[in-house]
Design a protein around this ligand. Structure first.
Ligand code: ZN
Length: 262
């Protein structure tokens, strides 16, 4: 694993490390933003704030290429920009739990244990495109990030993993992130539970669901997958459940539907 610290040479002076910011060159910024579907339709002011947030994200965390994967500046910037998009209106504090970023060339294997219905522990090896480690490492597959440059591709692995971190800010990844003060928590829970149950019922009945069936895995994956749709294919989320689109718009304080070209 090789450390990549070339950005740090360009750090703006700052008091606390949290205030530091990497200076992103104009040509690199435009190269990265031009073809990233999640960023289409963002206004100039929002782009400016996104750029500064990405610079602060890069300044505060080491990035590492897993194996012999070469993680150049453009790749780091693309990951940082996608990572801060969900917190554009919330603030970078929400990503304090992400302490480092590890990127592999392709999907990677993760060993873990699963307990079956009889209480027997099984050692399982899964292939993953991304993973949010509890101790603060965001692990990603570059092949899956690159696949996300295709606008027809539904998934956004960086947004997915960041959504898990955001969900876990209140201590547990359970599809119930810390909601704004005064938000009707019962309304959120009722609507998310009903849609989660409906998706599982459709799958059980053999009906092909209109969103990625991985969302039916558990409420945490439901929130993460819906967050991908929210930023990437908001029309499809609205079609799946308009009420959940409104909840996520209120939570993230963004309205990606309004950014879509008419
Ligand atoms: Zn997930």
């Amino acid at each position: 694993m090789s450390g990549v610290l070339n950005w740090l040479l360009d750090l703006l002076p700052g008091g606390r490390s949290a205030d530091r910011e990497v200076v992103i060159p104009d040509d690199l910024w435009h190269e990265v933003c031009r073809d990233q579907p999640e960023l289409a339709g963002l206004g100039d002011e929002a782009f400016g704030r996104l750029r500064r947030l990405a610079g602060r994200f890069l300044a505060g965390r080491p990035f590492y290429g897993g194996g012999d994967f070469r993680l150049d500046d453009a790749r780091q910037l693309r990951i940082a920009t996608l990572a801060v998009l969900p917190v554009l209106e919330l603030g970078l504090d929400w990503l304090d739990g992400i302490r480092s970023v590890v990127v592999y060339a392709d999907a990677f294997h993760v060993d873990h244990e699963e307990v079956d219905e009889d209480g027997v522990v099984h050692h399982v090896r899964d292939l993953r495109a991304g993973e949010a480690w509890e101790h603060g490492t965001l692990v990603l597959s570059w092949a899956d990030i690159a696949a996300g440059l295709d606008p027809e591709h539904a998934t956004s692995v960086v947004v997915h993993e960041v959504a898990h971190f955001i969900d876990g800010v209140n201590g547990m990844e359970n599809g119930f992130p810390p909601l704004p003060r005064g938000y009707d928590r019962a309304h959120w829970t009722r609507d998310f539970q009903a849609a989660f149950d409906r998706l599982n019922d459709e799958i059980d009945a053999g009906v092909e669901p209109s969103i990625d069936p991985y969302a039916a895995t558990n409420p945490a994956e439901f929130f993460a997958v819906l967050s991908e749709y929210f930023f990437r294919l908001p029309g499809e989320l609205q079609h799946f459940d308009a009420g959940l689109y409104r909840h996520l718009a209120a939570f993230y304080r963004q309205d990606p539907m309004a950014r879509q070209a008419p």
